[in-house]
Ligand binder design. Structure first.
Ligand SMILES: Cc1ncc(COP(=O)(O)O)c(C=O)c1O
Length: 384
């Protein structure tokens, strides 16, 4: 067999796989509405495009420092300090090619062969696969009502091999925003068993009142010292294609990742970093308005979805996560349901099994309101 054991052990991303199938169906003339996407449909604001173009004109086209240009790291540190209340500086920041690469880097740097990483399910698809690529074992722990952290189950899953607890809040796909009290309890477990905590906060700016986002790293000095926070400009600043994600951590954790990255990719595209800098330092009204639009879409999509499925109201991010309760006689698995919906309703959504949990569907509402209405009308009719 020509392929390494590592790559054979890993599954391809189901959301990326579905995106290429949808692209193919659309190019063949099928009228597919894609509610499978994990990116805001807003373009970056003109200021960001102009700053990126200016960076090119100014020949910002050389290698940059491995952890990122200092101005960008300072802007990131400033944002995190203001939003979380925990003061950090540029030495606590490393920029990488999206949070995907941050996660890959982290597991390569902190996981020994056979180490276990506890992940509450449902989880983001990339988590278990990037742990396996580092020789680690993902240990999946089902969440309470498939939504909130089940702290007893998490503690029961801890063994002498456990190295890390990894979660994401707001959660993709369940939309759960973890409560501060639960994060404090995670912190107690991490301290008691001397574990690292990795908190992926890709959707931290998309939280629906009365829910409030909490960065676990801000809760105590002990937690800051054992936590790596993973964030990105992909969702908060509509920059998915720029590939600018970052980690916030004590300097002792930045150093090994910097060493790895110096051999892996060097730096993130230099002129993209200047565009990202503009996105963080410009007037933020554009992005705040995007969040307001997402709230309207959430209300619309949730109202229509409730008429078809049992569903909790999204707390953050831009996903609905309805259950297939009541449809058990019709579909054996949620993949079957998602395939049926794609075939009959011509709407692309993802099965919960892609996120480690059967019996659910993930519907993105990061689309125009007319598309949301039409898609949910079609699903309702197809399931009649
Ligand atoms: C929880 C979570 N983390 C990270 C990412 C990836 O972000 P990036 O574009 O920074 O790699 C996603 C994308 O869907 C996500 O849902």
């Amino acid at each position: 067999m020509p392929f390494s054991h590592r790559i054979q052990a890993v599954e391809g991303s189901k959301s990326v796989g579905l995106a290429s199938l949808v692209g193919k169906l659309k190019s063949e003339g099928h009228d597919i509405i894609g509610l499978h996407v994990g990116e805001p449909d807003f373009p970056p604001p003109p200021e960001v495009i102009e700053a990126t173009q200016k960076a090119l004109t100014d020949l910002k086209v050389r290698y940059s420092l491995v952890p990122g240009i200092p101005e960008l790291r300072e802007a990131i540190a400033d944002r995190f300090s203001k939003r979380s209340g925990k003061k950090v500086n540029l030495e606590n920041i490393l920029v990488s090619n999206g949070s995907k690469q941050i996660l890959y880097n982290l597991f390569q740097c902190f996981i020994h062969e056979g180490d276990e990483v506890i992940i509450p399910a449902p989880y983001w698809v990339t988590f278990p696969e990037s742990i396996k690529l580092a020789g680690g074992s993902p240990v999946i722990v089902k969440s309470r009502d498939d939504l909130g952290l089940d702290l007893e189950a998490i503690e029961a899953a801890i063994t002498p091999k456990t190295k890390m607890i990894l979660f994401n809040t707001p959660n993709n796909p369940s939309s759960a925003v973890y409560a501060k009290e639960d994060l404090l309890k995670v912190g107690e477990l991490a301290k008691k068993h001397d574990l690292l905590v990795v908190s992926d906060e890709a959707y931290e700016s998309l939280v629906f009142a009365p829910n409030v986002h909490t960065s676990i790293a801000s809760l105590s000095e002990d937690l800051f010292e054992r936590t790596i926070t993973v964030q990105t400009l992909s969702k908060s600043h509509c920059l998915t294609g720029y590939r600018v994600g970052y980690m916030i951590a004590p300097k002792k954790f930045i150093e090994p990742v910097n060493k790895l990255q110096s051999h892996l990719n060097g730096n993130v595209c230099t002129f993209a970093q200047y565009g990202a800098l503009e996105a963080l330092t410009m007037d933020q009204t554009y992005f705040e308005d995007m969040v307001k639009t997402m709230v309207k879409r959430k209300d619309l999509a949730y109202g229509l979805t409730k008429e078809i499925f049992k569903c909790h109201e999204p707390q953050g991010a831009f996903y609905l996560f309805p259950s297939l309760d009541g449809y058990e006689n019709r579909f054996k698995t949620c993949s079957e349901a998602a395939e049926f919906i794609l075939r009959e309703a011509k709407v692309a959504i993802l099965p919960g099994s892609a996120f480690g949990i059967d019996g659910y569907l993930r519907i993105s509402f990061a689309s125009h309101e007319d598309l949301i209405k039409e898609a949910l009308k079609r699903i309702k009719e197809a399931l009649k």
